[in-house]
Write a protein that binds this ligand. Sequence first.
Ligand SMILES: [Fe+2]
Length: 349
Amino acid sequence: MPVSNSQLSQMFEHVLTLSKVTPNESVAILKSHYSDQRTVAAAFDAAQRLGAKVYGVELPAFNAPKAMGNDLTAYCGDTPLTGNPAAQRALEAADLIIDTMMLLHSPEQEQILKTGTRILLAVEPPEVLARMLPSLEDKARVQAAEKVLQTAKTMHIPSAAGSDFRMDLGQYPTVTEYGFADEPGRWDHWPSGFLFSWPNEGSANGTLVIDKGDILLPFKMYCRESITLEVENGFITGIKGGFEAEYLRDYMKYFDDPEVYGISHVGWGLQPRAQWTAMGLHDKNDGMCMDARAFDGNFLFSTGPNTEVGGTRKTPCHMDIPLRNCTVIVDELTVVNEGKVVAPTDSIG
Ligand SMILES: [Fe+2]
């Protein structure tokens, strides 16, 4: 159902208030020609209503020659900010950046965050922003789970579909996304509600079965058949199944880079207002489908780069793959049982 401009501005005011925007602060709205103009206008409006000093930074679009499709999450590497230090300085001068164009994780973005500037990404359609308007309760649930993940040494994923996947943890930090950027140097994304880390290098092993109904992003496709991934020492070594396995194999092969097969971030969804079914009600170019990444009790794993947390795998191909009905065991604690969040208690929605 459509969201009015007035409602959109009010929602931004709510999220910027949660992000601790004050009249003493500067807010930069980062945009490009493809930004949702209603989102840009609402962000300006809300920041002004809160008394902040607001300004726009407009960058040209950037198309990597090898990228396929319009999805902004599909291709990692250079961004419109690469080699543009003047624009970078303009963004570093802000206390908070509202990113309506999506700078994927990049050295330039990491540099901006290091200066203490906060970044809030908002690129989903207004109706999705409305359904998953973040709250302090979202933050509390995600942080309850963070306490468990950030000290964990192992993760094990069994499922009735046949997954039996294990890894060691601890080499890389835990990252939370709860929908607002309320700490200096924090990057967050409205909407979200999940957490993740990365397996220790070379430690991910076993079988991951992408079952019927599981989702392949950025294809924005519900699988109609199962795909079996064999993982050895941190890398996918086999992609088996029917047509959909063949499609996935061919897509990854196109990048001609062995690092695309690395296992990247792993974690689980904690957002009850995110819906497994929502992707079916949107066109592929409506957004990036955060519903799929955040729905309660998913096991979300991904492939490709790990440079955003200091790893060495710099590769453009990135797949996010949320699985349903998995069990997620962190050390000895079952946090998700057959697709249902069961622990810690404070993380249950
Ligand atoms: Fe991802």
